[in-house]
Design a protein around this ligand. Structure first.
Ligand code: C2E
Ligand code: MG
Ligand code: MG
Ligand code: MG
Length: 289
């Protein structure tokens, strides 16, 4: 009996694994074609501060068979397949060209934040790629931020360190993304030339009620300030969360409260609303007229 049961289990697992492998290779094939079929595009989510407005470029994939696939699902596969190199270059170029066009249109000092995966840092000379893309698009280095995760910084090779230093020297912003999750080590903040820190939304979710999260977030904001890091809170969904973060002097907030990630036209509309807010006018001369 036990043996039968065992065999059934075995059959179940092999067929489940087979199904999984089939689904997986279908996904891989579809991903290989995604770029040439123009199924990839970027969504932009506002990053709101008192002085300046920015946005994060977020990769999107719409496949005719699979529908909308989440980057949380397909980005890791792109990394394994090495596809993230090509796709990452496309993302960077696209985001910089878009930001340049917005800055030209609005005359405003916007910035764009682009996610860069650890594979890109390990397998590529990101600093040279960024220099090339900035030159080709005409975007100022100060208008670009790269978001990196702790996985990038956990790599001990001098290669990462040198690239980050070159990028900072160029004037490109460097943000540590999802701060506080994963294998955080505070020594990263000292060793690498970071300029921004993004508090993971896990710490924001239960604000302002959760006492521990209140303590953690207020400590992170105060530490970031003393380290001269610009601090951004992710996943801000409620006015109460925003009020709490502003009270603590958090520099920027990002989340569904301001806007969900949207297309370029939606971000343009957001810029207009932002400028129309009382006390937010960046060009007093236009108000006087
Ligand atoms: P991330 O860089 O931490 O991006 C923030 C994620 O939080 C986005 O998910 C965004 O839609 C979501 N989000 C923003 N505000 C809120 C909120 O108020 N509430 C909640 N619940 N969620 C919010 P998304 O777009 O699904 O992206 C997931 C992850 O995929 C990103 O996390 C990033 O790690 C990765 N990713 C996205 N685009 C790229 C890319 O171009 N390159 C690389 N390497 N990774 C990317
Ligand atoms: Mg990010
Ligand atoms: Mg994040
Ligand atoms: Mg995240």
């Amino acid at each position: 009996k036990a043996k039968d049961h065992g065999r059934n289990c075995f059959q179940f697992f092999t067929s489940a694994m087979h199904e999984h492998a089939k689904a997986r290779s279908a996904l891989e094939g579809a991903l290989h074609r995604a770029l040439t079929n123009r199924e990839l595009y970027l969504a932009y989510q506002p990053i709101v501060g008192q002085q300046r407005l920015g946005c994060e470029a977020l990769l999107r994939w719409h496949n005719p068979q699979l529908g909308q696939v989440s980057p949380a699902d397909f980005v890791p596969i792109c990394e394994e397949l090495g596809l993230i190199i090509t796709i990452g270059e496309w993302v960077l170029y696209q985001a910089c060209a878009q930001a340049k066009s917005w800055i030209t249109q609005t005359g405003q000092s916007l910035f764009v934040s682009v996610n860069v995966s650890s594979t890109q840092f390990k397998r590529q000379d990101i600093a040279s790629l960024v220099a090339k893309v900035l030159k080709e698009t005409g975007l100022a280095a100060e208008a670009l931020t790269l978001e990196i995760t702790e996985t990038v910084l956990a790599d001990n090779s001098g290669h990462i360190q040198r690239q980050l230093e070159t990028l900072r020297a160029m004037g490109v912003g460097l943000a540590i993304d999802d701060f506080g999750t994963g294998y955080s080590s505070l020594s990263y903040l000292k060793r690498f030339p970071l300029s921004k820190l993004k508090i993971d939304r896990a710490f924001i979710r239960d604000l302002p009620d959760d006492e521990e999260d209140r303590a953690l977030v207020s400590a992170i904001i105060s530490m970031a300030g003393q380290l001269h890091l610009t601090v951004i809170a992710e996943g801000v969904e409620t006015p109460a969360q925003l009020a709490f973060l502003q009270e603590l002097g958090c520099d920027y907030t990002q989340g569904f409260l301001h806007a969900k990630p949207g297309d370029a036209a939606q971000f343009e509309a957001f810029i207009q609303d932002y400028n129309a807010q009382p006390g937010k006018a960046t060009e007093p001369t236009s108000l006087a007229r």
